[in-house]
Design a protein around this ligand. Structure first.
Ligand SMILES: CC(C)(COP(=O)(O)OP(=O)(O)OC[C@H]1O[C@@H](n2cnc3c(N)ncnc32)[C@H](O)[C@@H]1OP(=O)(O)O)[C@@H](O)C(=O)NCCC(=O)NCCS
Length: 152
């Protein structure tokens, strides 16, 4: 399935709460979206959504600092998974980072989801180690050097 990938709008909060963050209140998702939009104006953050039939069904973000950036909050609504939307959004975030001259792109993936590391590696990320987060969550830290990546 091909989705339309675009920048977050404040009006996406209703769709995103229902599709990606059902465990959060609409007020919380709305407040976070507003915060993201303020950060986007400063150039420190980019949050993208993937839209299907006029509704936001996935989102992901890029946090920019100097020549580095981190991908976070990559979530596809459960009913839209395994249809290529996650990969489309991930590729769009990588392209945005490249377009901004980012040299190193990093992200953290839950090691319990064993397939996730391979999913990122297929897109050109390299596992550089594991990290233990508060609440005993172990993550695989993955990195991509932009400019010299190889994609399947
Ligand atoms: C990670 C995530 C964004 C992937 O998005 P997606 O749209 O489902 O992924 P794609 O359709 O682009 O890729 C699908 C491929 O990924 C792999 N994959 C996806 N989900 C999988 C699962 N539950 N088990 C094993 N492999 C899986 C498979 O290779 C799959 O291909 P296949 O369906 O032909 O077997 C989505 O699963 C998600 O939102 N997960 C919850 C939040 C999360 O963990 N985010 C990552 C934070 S680092």
């Amino acid at each position: 399935m091909s989705a339309v990938v675009r920048r977050l709008r404040v009006s996406d909060a209703v769709d995103l709460q229902g599709s990606c963050f059902p465990e959060q209140t609409l007020d919380a998702v709305q407040a976070y979206a507003e915060w993201c939009l303020r950060q986007m104006e400063t150039g420190r953050l980019l949050r993208l959504v993937a839209e299907v039939d006029g509704h936001a069904v996935a989102n992901g973000q890029l946090t920019l600092q100097g020549d580095q950036a981190e991908i976070g909050s990559l979530v596809v609504a459960a009913t839209y998974r395994r249809q290529g939307i996650g990969r489309q959004l991930l590729r769009a975030l990588i392209a945005e980072a490249e377009g901004r001259g980012v040299g190193i792109l990093v992200l953290a993936a839950d090691v319990q989801e064993r397939w996730l590391r391979a999913w990122y590696e297929r897109e050109g990320f390299v596992h550089i180690g594991e990290h233990l987060l508060p609440r005993d969550e172990r993550v695989s830290v993955l990195q991509m050097q932009l400019g010299d990546r190889e994609v399947e």
